[in-house]
Design a protein around this ligand. Sequence first.
Ligand code: AMP
Ligand code: MG
Length: 408
Amino acid sequence: MQENYPMLSVEKALEQILILFAPLPTEQVPVLDALDRVLAADIVADMDIPPLANTAMDGYAVRVADTAGATPEQPRRLHVIDYLAAGYVRSEAIAPGTAVRIMTGAPVPPGTEAVIPFENVQVEGDEILVFKPIALYKNVRAAGEDVQAGQTVLKAGTYLRAQEIGMLAALGHARVTVHRRPRVAVLSTGDEIIDVDDPWQPGKIRDANGYTIASLVRHYGGEPVRLGVAGDTIAELTAKLRLGLDAGVDMLVTSGGVSMGDFDVVKKVLATEGEMHFWRVRMKPGKPLAFGQIQGVPLLGLPGNPVSSMNSFLLFGRAALQKMQGLSPTMLPTRPAILVDPIRRKDNRRHFMRVWLEEKEDVTYAHLTGDQGSGILLSMVQAQGLAVIPEEYDHTPPHFPVQVLLFD
Ligand code: AMP
Ligand code: MG
């Protein structure tokens, strides 16, 4: 079967995967539930923020002309005629020679053009002494200085962080239109795999991938639909995948059963129940990666080794989740670093080495997290990222400059 499927570069594989995904339909959610989701419509302000000019200081709102010529020797004397706390307005203008005691956030009364902080005046009964002229609009925040009515404040496709949620609330959006979260079926395969709470028996190992992948799905904004474990038979695998399809998932993700072993049935099921688009990627770990569709639903067939499956999901599954949520798909964020340990290898694949990072005098040093075997999950547990060794190097010397993909 493998002859018909050339080994793809990471870029080519990603491209072929992403073609099959599109932003999911939208839904309305309460504003707080929109956190970490993707806005599906532009947000145009329907009012100014702040809505009214208001004071930035606790002090006295004054007419600027009343302070002209004031000096320490010849202070101006103003009559305090009103008191305004934040949350209240005075709609009446103030007369020349008067001032209003006012608290931060309160709209400045008509006719006043500046606010003198408490500490700059001397209070005498119901009068204040002003010792120097105040500039026009000093300590006054203009209406619309943050956001102006009619302004497009947030664009469709924006990832909503705390500050965007605050802005949406400030603009009066109790409900927000976002893309639906991708629902992703997660299935582990292998006669040897048992679930976390099954009693251990000789020959068996506990399912790590089902939990790693479900965690990544959730971490990147999806809803995992756990299908558990399927044994290495076509019947069992097909039955489990049907459960996922019946649940209406947007993507199926399996692990295991995609290499050259006698019982690697994922590729067979993919080819008979649907279609397989490609099968191998020029990378390590994670060369065997089957991708195709069953009943129109994309299936990402990850390799079984725990490091490989996580690596492949980080490169490909993550981008698919981003696209379904209305984001532009990206690679993991990168940081340049110096790979301290030398590397030797003989394939022409792109290698992703698990590294921990050390900062020394403004340089980031990357150290291998021990044994880099694709079954060594601890190498991921101890890692902060993946150092990328490009295809063309058969060895790298100590202190080789690399890009590190950071777990985000
Ligand atoms: P496979 O790709 O099915 O040949 O599996 C490759 C290796 O990964 C084998 O040693 C499997 O036992 C192991 N493996 C497969 N699936 C899992 C899983 N869900 N959790 C932990 N190890 C697994
Ligand atoms: Mg297997």
